[in-house]
Design a binder for this molecule. Structure first.
Ligand SMILES: [Zn+2]
Length: 116
């Protein structure tokens, strides 16, 4: 895949070729490209910054997922979805209460037989 690097004008190989926003260049030409990106495309700074922003967000998300420590600050849910969610929640709580009742009955049976 001998493409031409748009930064230095030499041909690339598949080892050092990199494609940023559709522009082919050497991986060691990326720094030059990002410094003088006006030369090579119309709006590269915006897209490059956006890409970096997105990368940062993904890294942040990865970190939060790895920490298993996501802090929910707020969430917005449409009313109808909220109703569905709460109904589902209420139905799901029935087996949960049955399990808790069984556990409670076992505990009461054990301690009841010990002390009374
Ligand atoms: Zn190059």
């Amino acid at each position: 895949m001998a493409k031409i690097c748009e930064v230095c004008g030499k041909s690339t190989t598949f080892i050092d070729e990199i494609n940023i926003d559709g522009i082919v260049m050497h991986n060691y030409c990326v720094n030059t490209f990002e410094k003088e990106s006006d030369k090579y495309v119309k709006k590269p700074i915006e897209t490059t910054k956006k890409r970096q922003q997105t990368d940062k967000e993904y890294q942040q998300l990865d970190k939060e997922i790895n920490d298993k420590n996501v802090h929910v600050i707020s969430f917005d849910m449409p009313f109808v979805d909220m109703v569905k969610f709460m109904v589902k929640w209420a139905i799901a709580s029935i087996p949960a209460f049955i399990i808790l009742t069984i556990i409670g009955a076992i505990i009461v049976a054990i301690f009841g037989s010990l002390f009374f």
